[in-house]
Design a protein around this ligand. Sequence first.
Ligand code: SAM
Length: 326
Amino acid sequence: MTGLVDSWERQINYLRISVTDRCNLRCTYCTTQPIAYFSHDDILRYEEIYRAAQAAASLGISKVRLTGGEPLVRLNLSKLVWMLSQIEGIDDIALTSNGILLSNYAIALKEAGLKRVNVSLDTLKEDRFQLITGRDKLGEVLSGIEAARLAGLEPVKINMVVIRGINDDETIDFARLSASEGWHVRFIEFMPFGTPGTEALTTVSAQEIRERIQSLGKLEPYTGKAGNGPAKYYRLPGASGTIGFITPMTEHFCHTCNRLRLTSNGQLRPCLLDEDEVNLKEPLRNGASIDKLKQLIQRAVALKKEQHHLTGGLAPGGRPMCQIGG
Ligand code: SAM
């Protein structure tokens, strides 16, 4: 194997970059209260992200995903997309967004070099959207999804985090949209991080969701090109869209892990669910050479553990999701 390989023989070719810890939603299961944002000066500048990505690409990182917080609240994100698209070796730039601002930016992002977008959406009901996210913005999200499709940011994948008693009664409605609207829907098992106020929330297993959806028709495994990540894909008979399942809780996929994460304040994390971090911000600000940055990236890869232990009841503690990058 060439490029970046960790101690468990996994090839690391994917970097998730969080561009901000700020978000325009207040999802009850995601955001801690009160929110302690990083200061402006803590956040990596675009030039610093570019340099980190340049070093990563020279080691074999070829896919980048921008996330947050909500990445589209960061000013002029298209500029960063364009900068990253100029790096030799990076051939796939994607975005994870709540979709609220996508209508404003979809075309500019596409023109800058963005390939695809994942939109997080947990409910199709307006009152419930307000309850979960603290904002009355469902209409904007739906328009954003349409704008992304029209701009050619395809496939647009819709990510639903399923939580028992909160939105699990809507899984069939989401699945139905894979046939009626050609949506690519992915059901994600809720991860109990222990965020204060979320102790009572519980996961619904992918298996249970799959059984419920079978009432719409037999799910056929989908073997076409659907993504680079850990989801397993299916299709309802005759549907143009797909249905994916992401199972961090019931069937961890650490053996296929191919990623590193760069937090918005410049810490390189080997794993979402592990507190290890390698500080890239200081070296970036002190003018570190590309070779020095490469060494630090290799150190982060060497810190990757064989698997996470959330299923064993251990939450990562420390930072909320918005500070790591979802
Ligand atoms: N703002 C962007 C968005 O909404 O997609 C990117 C950041 S957000 C933290 C990324 C994703 O993480 C969202 O789909 C969110 O639902 C998911 N998420 C947050 N907390 C989670 C948890 N405890 N378990 C599973 N997914 C979670």
